[in-house]
Design a protein. Sequence first.
Length: 293
Amino acid sequence: MAHPPPPGCHVATILFMTENEDLDPEAIESHTLRLALGGVAGILVHGDNGEAQLLSKSERRDVIKITRQVLDKNGFTNVPVIAGASAPSTRMTIQLCKEAADSGASYALITPESAIASYRAIADNFPIPIIIYNFPTVTNGLNLDSDAIVDLAEHPNIVGAKLACGEMGKLHRLASVFSPSEFGIYTSTTDCMLHGLISGCAGTMSASPNIIPKLHVALYDLFKLGKMDEGLKLQTNIAHADWVVRKLAPLAGIFGCGSNVVRSPLKAVGADTFMGSNHSAALEEVIGMEKQV
């Protein structure tokens, strides 16, 4: 029987490239290790931050291998690699998942275009467990409701859902039906991480832990310890910073990791773009807090 990823803070990691837009293995390794040392529960590659649609199949495999190898080499064998494996067709999605499994991924995150029938067809043929990625923005408005997700959860190879629909009521309903050990429900942003935990969800799979993994783990720990006043205060800091990250994603160079290069036609966003803005102080504050944890 397949089981969901461990509860906690999972990070949707970004991809590092060299100046000529090739993969930067050293930066990927360094960043992955920093996240693992920060206490994250899992590493999600080829998500929205991973530029997966701009990579070749061999590059996608290489990123998974690099991530898995650096975790294993440093004693983090219990930290799973979750691979985004979505494609326009069911057949291609299944192929991507098989390649991800062969490369070291333990789970696949998918957003098929045709809802329940497609998910079941994929789950029947997947070599690793599936996490549903309910993200209407990238699926032409397709938004699975809580009933549909409960229905899909009956499949033994579908073990969780990442909710990027922003519907806290849906998250609460699902978390009331499933325990994190049965079917993991994860927030897609961390401005509502504590709210989700209070509702009973398993944790988060989000971008902001790229910058402040220790603070997100600290928030999760405060919740588990029942220290809600401290948790709410930290959630406030994280919520303001998360808004900046979603608007600008300024990461490269903050912790001496990699360069600020993306693959064209994407355009890089430098730290100087947000410094001095109305929101920059919130991000600077949590970065300072992160460095002291």
